[in-house]
Design a protein around this ligand. Structure first.
Ligand SMILES: [Ca+2]
Ligand SMILES: [Ca+2]
Length: 273
C-alpha cells in the first residue's frame, strides 16, 4: 500500500470518527407501540422491559406525521394503563441522577377533575414510600414533571397540553434542572430541586399511577406513541431530532458511513493510477 493510500485511509478514519454521532444520553428503553403481542405485551425494542396492557388500551393507526406505524389508544378508565417490567430496577431514578423521557401524546380529555378528581398521569414511577417520578396533566391540562412526595422537585412549564392533536414531549432532568420541551421547544419556566427519594424499586406505569393499596387513579385518556427512556440528559439538539426525525435522537449513521466509505474507496482507486 502506497503512502498516498495510507494517507487517504487515515483521513477516512478521521472523517468517520468525526461523523459518527454520539448520544449525550443513553437510550435504555423504547416502546414504539406499533404492535400489541398476545397477552397484551408491548415490546421494549432496546431491552427486556416489556409492557403489559391492563384494562382498555387498543391499537390505533392515527399516528403523528413524523412517525409511521401504530399507536396506543388509552381508554381513560382507572384500570387502563401499561405496566412496565421494572423487576431489574432499570428505572430506579433518584434526584441525583440525570435522565430523560420522550414520547408523543394526543389527549382526548383535560386533566383533573374530569375523571376521578385526580391529575392525569402520562407516566409514573412509584416506590413503596409513595414517592413518584411522574409527568402529569393538572386541571386545565397544565403540565408538571418531577418527583411527587420529595420536597416538590419538579419542572413548571408554561404549557397547557393541547387536546386532540399530537404533541411531542421531552422531559429532561439534568442536575437540579428539570426541563420540558414541547414540539422541540423548551417551555420550562423555572424548576425546583428537592430531596432524594427512596430506592425506586416500585412500579413503572404509562397512562396512570399504581397508588395506595394497589388501586389506580388519574387515568390518561387519549393516544400515545413512541415512548423512550434515557439515562443522562438529552441536549436541545437531540430533542429537536426526536421531534422532527422520526423518533431518533441522533441521525441514522449508516448512510453517512456508506457515503464516506464510497468517497474513501474512490480516493484509494484513483490513488493507484
Ligand atoms: Ca408507533
Ligand atoms: Ca378516548
Amino acid at each position: 500500500m502506497g503512502n498516498r493510500n495510507v494517507f487517504f485511509l487515515l483521513v477516512l478514519a478521521l472523517l468517520v470518527g468525526l461523523a459518527l454521532p454520539s448520544y449525550a444520553a443513553t437510550l435504555i428503553a423504547h416502546w414504539d407501540f406499533d404492535n400489541i403481542l398476545p397477552g397484551g405485551i408491548v415490546q421494549d425494542k432496546v431491552g427486556s422491559a416489556n409492557g403489559t396492557i391492563t384494562g382498555n388500551i387498543s391499537s390505533s393507526t392515527d399516528s403523528p406525521d413524523q412517525l409511521s406505524g401504530n399507536t396506543l389508544d388509552f381508554g381513560g378508565a382507572t384500570g387502563d394503563f401499561l405496566a412496565i417490567d421494572n423487576s431489574s430496577n432499570l428505572f430506579d431514578f433518584r434526584t441525583t441522577d440525570d435522565f430523560s423521557f420522550s414520547f408523543w401524546a394526543n389527549p382526548d380529555l383535560n386533566g383533573q377533575p374530569s375523571v376521578g378528581g385526580f391529575n392525569h398521569r402520562l407516566f409514573a414511577i412509584r416506590n413503596g414510600a409513595n414517592q413518584t417520578l411522574q409527568l402529569i396533566l393538572r386541571e386545565g391540562n397544565v403540565v408538571r414533571f418531577g418527583f411527587a412526595g420529595v420536597s416538590g422537585a419538579q419542572a413548571n412549564p408554561d404549557l397547557v397540553f393541547p387536546l386532540n392533536e399530537w404533541s411531542h414531549i421531552a422531559a429532561v432532568k439534568e442536575g437540579n434542572n428539570y426541563r420540558i420541551y414541547h414540539n422541540g421547544v423548551d417551555v420550562t419556566n423555572g424548576s425546583v430541586a428537592g430531596g432524594d427519594p427512596q430506592p425506586a424499586a416500585g412500579s413503572f406505569t404509562i397512562g396512570n399511577a399504581v397508588r395506595f393499596n394497589n388501586s389506580n387513579s388519574g387515568p390518561y385518556d387519549g393516544q400515545m406513541d413512541d415512548f423512550q427512556v434515557f439515562t443522562g440528559a438529552l441536549t436541545s439538539e437531540e430533542v429537536e431530532n426526536l421531534f422532527v426525525g422520526g423518533g431518533n435522537a441522533v441521525p441514522e449513521a449508516n448512510s453517512l458511513i456508506l457515503l464516506l466509505l464510497a468517497v474513501g474507496g474512490s480516493f484509494t482507486y484513483f490513488g493507484k493510477k
